[in-house]
Each structure stands twice: as structure tokens, then as C-alpha cells.
Write a protein of this length. Sequence first.
Length: 123
Amino acid sequence: MANTQSPVVLHVEIVHPNPDAAAGVIHADLGAEQVEPQTAAQIEKLAEGLRVILMRVGGVVFQIVRPVPIPGLNAWYEHYQEHGAGVHTVSPMSRDAEAVQQAERDLGARWETVGQHLELVAA
């Protein structure tokens, strides 16, 4: 496996009907702390009823979203309608994205372009 020589931080987006309750659970069970309240507040301005909480555990930031219909930005809402509460997106963040992708390929994963995004497809 390739060595990225830099820490990988994960950003995990979760769609959930009650982000406050979900944040409470990961705080109680994992010791997560709320972070970036200004960022969450900015995102919430996209639509009435949208609720966003960002929680950090180590190198993982959980962005917990109560999705609502947003014209032109319905990915969260559509995912929730189709699959229910759960993980919407997992984004590794590293100084060397190519090395991270290669390490994942070495483990048998493959990357596909979906719309404007590059998505990891399980091995």
C-alpha cells in the first residue's frame, strides 16, 4: 500500500431526521465535540428547516444533516428519501489525494466519475 506521508482526515456526511439527537449519541458514545458552528450556520441558510451539526472525533468530522428539499441541491434530501437515515458521503482529505486513491486501488477499490464527482466504489 502507498504511504501518503500525511494524515488522512475524514469528513463523513450523515442524513438524519434529528441531527441534535444523533450528535448527542456520538458525543455520549464516542466523546465527539461540536466544531465549526459558523460553517453549520452558513449551510443552514440554504433552506428553511435545514439543520446541520458538525462533530469531531479525532481525525473524523461528522456533518449531520436534516435534509429538506433545496432547488438545485437535493442530494441530501433524495438520499434520505431513498435510503433513510445513514451515511451520505465519506470524503478522505489528504495533502496527497493521488496517493490515497492509489492505496485504495491497491486494496481492490475502484474510483468512478459520477456527474461532477469522483466516487469510491467498494471492491
